[in-house]
Ligand binder design. Structure first.
Ligand SMILES: [Cu+2]
Length: 359
């Protein structure tokens, strides 16, 4: 009903405008040659200047008055470079935008119809053409090469010491997988994903997977390189860690990654912001379905000691899902139990131990 009323009002306004337009054109056509100028000509030209002043003024006022509202403190090494590149690009764009807007509106005003004023014939100018081709080309090349350097930095192979963490997106939640004490993530295969327990699709024939553990919080060490391995189980998702200037799509069937180094612990950021309730968080920035908004994942940046302590306090996935021991090849079972932290009693085989454990 409301939309019908709105449509009706728009139609009536359009009809009134057309009547006004037709009648003023008829007046111009009927008039003598000298009077063939719309009476609103000068007024329209002046309104363009008003529009320019209000528009540009509003743009600058809003941008500066709300600066704090859309700039977050940065908490990663590469983030400082990303930020400076962003602001350099922004400065170039704002200067170009301002100059173009002013020229455009002032020309409209200046060259409005005036009695006796004739347009100048100005077909081309080689110097002008060269200038507006070469200058933007140089500026864009500088911006793009700067960006490419940062891009190479965040996507190049991580160092050996890097902390490898996997984040997995699905409708509608994130999970994280850590490699455990062997510091290497076990193999995964999407065909092994089931709806009972093996949500990662963990391949239990790979001995690196026995100590992998799941976390519902993303813990990161400060001052240490982190390699985020990213994958999705169903549709496109996107990892967004705004304070770390990390943004990377999670694509089903095509693992992605992002390398970065956090520079401020959660506590340091709380002190910096003067807000002891602050917490980092990760969001999904790909509209992935109706529960998209709920894909919020808590992030904790610890000191390196706290981070190591936290990792030791976590239980291996296999320890929490001992039924899956049956998928471990017989020859690997004992080492799997040791790596997963399951009790191995002398004389009891792994399968019996599982039966005891699950009772
Ligand atoms: Cu999502």
């Amino acid at each position: 009903m409301n939309s019908i009323i709105v449509l009706g009002v728009i139609l009536i306004l359009a009809i009134l405008y057309l009547i006004f337009r037709v009648s003023s054109l008829v007046r111009v056509a009927k008039a003598e040659k000298e009077e063939r100028v719309d009476s609103a000509n000068g007024m329209n030209a002046a309104l363009f200047i008003v529009f320019m002043v209000v528009g540009l003024g509003g743009f600058f006022w809003y941008s500066f008055a709300n600066f704090k509202g859309y700039t977050l403190p940065v908490a990663s090494e590469h983030g400082v470079h990303t930020d400076s590149e962003f602001w350099i690009t922004m400065a170039v764009i704002v200067v170009a935008f301002t100059i173009i807007s002013i020229i455009m509106f002032v020309f409209i005003y200046q060259y409005q119809y005036r009695e006796g004023q004739k347009a100048k014939f100005f077909p081309d100018n080689h110097y002008l053409e060269l200038a507006w081709t070469i200058i933007p080309a140089i500026v864009l090349a500088v911006l793009i090469f700067g960006g490419l350097r940062t891009w190479n930095d965040i996507t190049s192979p991580a160092s050996k010491e890097a902390e490898v963490i996997e984040v997995i997106g699905q409708q509608f939640a994130w999970t994280a997988r850590y490699p455990g004490k062997d510091k290497e993530l076990g193999k995964v295969n999407f065909q092994l994903i089931d709806n009972v327990g093996n949500e990662f699709g963990l391949d239990l024939t790979d001995n690196k997977s026995f100590d992998d553990f799941k976390s519902l919080e993303l813990h990161l060490p400060v001052g240490k390189e982190v390699l985020l391995k990213i994958r999705a189980k169903d549709v496109l998702h996107s990892v967004f860690l705004p304070h770390f200037r990390v943004k990377m799509d999670a694509v089903p069937g095509m693992p992605t990654h992002f390398k970065f180094t956090p520079t401020k612990t959660t506590q340091e950021m709380r002190d910096e912001l003067g807000n002891q309730a602050f917490n980092y968080e990760m969001a999904c920035t790909e509209i992935c379905g109706r529960g998209h908004f709920s894909m919020r994942f808590p992030v904790v940046v610890d000191t390196q000691e706290d981070f190591e302590r936290w990792k030791l306090s976590q239980e291996a996935w296999l320890k929490q899902n001992p039924d899956y021991l049956k998928n471990v090849p017989a020859g690997l079972r004992e080492s799997a139990m040791i790596k997963a932290g399951l009790p191995v009693q002398p004389g009891v085989t792994a399968v019996q131990a599982t039966a005891v454990g699950s009772n």
